[in-house]
Structure formats: structure tokens, C-alpha cells
Ligand binder design. Structure first.
Ligand code: AMP
Ligand code: MN
Ligand code: MN
Length: 323
């Protein structure tokens, strides 16, 4: 069903209970979108949505409502009147929050993934938007935005644009970020404190991934991998490897960067980034994942070599087609 803004707010206004969830392994946009929307609803409708996330990365827990986030998807008998999924394009990525969705009386999806498949009753999907937080802002009345909402949405935009540097950043992105700053957001607190600041451990693993990275396809592709042994040795959480892929991508001459992390033996979490030619969302979708043209992910099984060979073969096809 098409999304209708007024109907959405009428549904929020009429709902006795509201649930909000984002995708598994939540990133800044996912957390910022969920908490920003929850804050706005709390401030303007006098109701408290329940926000479900698989986990809340430590760097984001200062956000308003961070202390109320429910992790671990506890069983809930009662159906929600309204359930809103943010920054997630399909049921697999919503994880166990799908249980709440299945029972909910009304469901909405607000998302920007190119591979978003319209999996809920009402879907607002804008692949051209740099972040889901950016889409959420366009639904709000700016005069009713509080600092808590503004901080969360600004954080979402900062993270999905890599601090306004990815090609998805448009004039609208900058204008919305500017409007959020007018609400008193401290950009340095969000940018340095949640994006650039790295723990010693994060820097160590970044260094290791860069040192062990391998160039292939005439230097057009760079890849690196983190196996179970390394993950266990350092006690790495998924958030500890954020940003590594971005450093790989800016290697001179590289079109595509790949980082794979072993989740369980022979099952790999794949992250891909491209610069200007290869559509990585297409490649990830072929292996059951998805994402955006320049940033995508998937989970693949097999040996490290199998995974890299499968991905580079697809990259090569796209590069050859372009020549
Ligand atoms: P990541 O490399 O995990 O940071 O993911 C890059 C982008 O692709 C993010 O916007 C993710 O939300 C998206 N993405 C990652 N994995 C998937 C997937 N399996 N399905 C759809 N989108 C994904
Ligand atoms: Mn996300
Ligand atoms: Mn996003």
C-alpha cells in the first residue's frame, strides 16, 4: 500500500500501543531513526513507543530514550496497534522483531535500501535518501522537534553518509542536517564522539585488516577478512569492525572494497563498498543480501576463498561490461 503522511500520523495518534524496530546488527542510522521517531512521538503525542533493537551499541546509548531500548526481543502476547520498522527492507533483516510485526494491527516500513521489498502493509521507501533518518525528518513538523529527536536524526545522517562524504549526500541531506543543528545539536559531540572516536581495540583490528588486505583484479578490488580465531582472540563485537571497510575503499585505484567476518565456522558476514562503477547491492542481492548501490552486505557460506572468488567473479563481470 502506498504511504500517506496524514494517515500515518492519524494512525500514530489513534494507536494505544506503538512498537518500533530496526534491522539486526543496528548501525547509527537504524538506532538514530528508531530513537528519533520514538522521541518525536513521545514529545508530541504523549505516548511511549517501545523500541526494539537486537543490541544498542555503547556509542549510541546517550541518545534520548537509549535507556528504554528493549534488546533481546522478549516474548509479548499482546499485539501492538501500530508497528513501525525503520531502516530495514525485508523480513529477514528485521530478525525476531518480525514476531511483533506479524501480530500488529497496522504496520509501516520507513526505509531507503535499494533492495527494500515493500514487506509491510504501508511502505515509505526512498532509495535516493542518504539515510532513513533523513526520510523521517521530512515527516516531522520542524517546530515540534526537540533536541532529543534532533540529535538522534543527526546521528543517523552522519553515520550513513560517512560524515557527509558518501555520494548519497545531497543538498537535501545538508539542509536537513542544518535544520537539525538549529535545534542545538552539537555536531562535534556526534561526529567525533560517535563516528571518528575509536577504542584501542578498534584501531588494532583496523591496522591488522589493512596490513593483511589483498589487492586483486589489477588493483580494482581490495579485500580483507577476520576469522573466528581473530574475533575470539580480541573479543570483537560487530561494532568493533565498523569503519574498516571505508578505509579499505579509499585505497588509490580501488573500485570495490570487501570485508568479510566469520560469524560461525564457514559462514561469513560480507560488507561491500564501491566508488563509482560497480553496483554492490546487485551482487549482495544475488547472495541473499542487499543494500545500496555503493554500500551493501550479505551473509555467505563456504571457505574464505569461495566467498572471495564468488564476489570477485561478479565484480569482474560488471567491470568488463563497463569497458
Ligand atoms: P554493512 O556493510 O553491514 O555496513 O552494510 C552496508 C549497507 O547495506 C547498510 O546500509 C546495510 O543496512 C545494508 N545491508 C547490509 N546487509 C544487508 C542485507 N542482508 N540485506 C539488505 N541490506 C543490507
Ligand atoms: Mn542501517
Ligand atoms: Mn540506513
Amino acid at each position: 500500500m502506498a504511504f500517506e503522511k496524514q494517515t500515518f500520523w492519524d494512525d500514530v495518534s489513534n494507536a494505544g500501543s506503538i512498537g518500533i524496530a530496526g534491522h539486526i546488527r543496528p548501525d547509527g542510522d537504524c538506532v538514530g531513526s528508531a530513537l528519533g521517531l520514538a522521541s518525536y512521538i513521545r514529545d508530541n503525542f504523549g505516548k511511549e513507543p517501545t523500541v526494539y533493537l537486537e543490541e544498542l551499541p555503547k556509542a549510541f546509548d546517550f541518545l534520548t530514550g537509549g535507556d528504554k531500548v528493549v534488546t533481546g526481543y522478549p516474548y509479548r502476547e499482546e499485539p501492538f496497534d501500530l508497528f513501525i520498522s525503520v531502516d530495514c527492507g525485508d523480513d529477514g533483516r528485521l530478525g525476531k522483531a518480525m514476531e511483533y510485526v506479524k501480530k500488529a494491527k497496522k504496520t509501516y516500513c520507513i526505509d531507503h535500501h535499494a533492495t527494500s521489498n515493500g514487506f509491510l502493509e504501508n511502505n515509505l521507501v526512498k532509495p535516493e535518501a542518504a539515510a532513513t533518518a533523513q526520510i523521517i525528518y521530512t515527516l516531522l513538523d520542524d517546530s515540534k522537534v526537540t533536541l532529543g529527536t534532533a540529535e538522534a536524526l543527526y546521528l543517523g545522517i552522519v553515520h550513513d553518509t560517512g560524515v557527509f562524504k558518501h555520494s548519497c549526500t545531497t543538498r537535501e541531506t545538508m539542509e536537513i542536517a542544518g535544520a537539525l543543528l538549529d535545534h542545538g545539536v552539537s555536531s562535534s559531540r556526534i561526529i567525533d564522539g560517535t563516528f571518528f572516536e575509536k577504542t584501542y581495540l578498534q584501531n588494532q583490528i583496523l591496522g591488522r585488516c589493512l596490513m593483511e588486505s589483498i589487492l586483486c583484479l589489477d588493483g580494482r578490488v581490495i579485500f580483507s577478512s577476520i576469522d573466528r580465531k581473530t574475533i575470539n582472540l580480541y573479543g570483537l563485537a560487530p561494532a568493533d569492525t565498523e569503519g574498516i571497510i571505508d578505509q579499505l575503499r579509499v585505497t588509490k585505484g580501488v573500485e570495490v572494497a570487501i570485508l568479510i567476518r566469520e560469524l560461525t565456522p564457514r559462514s561469513w558476514r560480507v560488507s561491500m563498498r564501491s566508488c563509482e562503477i560497480v553496483d554492490v547491492s546487485k551482487i549482495c542481492a544475488m547472495f541473499g543480501g542487499g543494500g545500496h548501490v555503493r554500500a551493501a552486505g550479505a551473509t555467505m557460506s563456504g571457505s574464505r576463498r569461495d566467498v572471495i572468488n564468488n564476489l570477485t567473479a561478479e565484480i569482474e563481470k560488471q567491470l568488463i561490461n563497463r569497458e
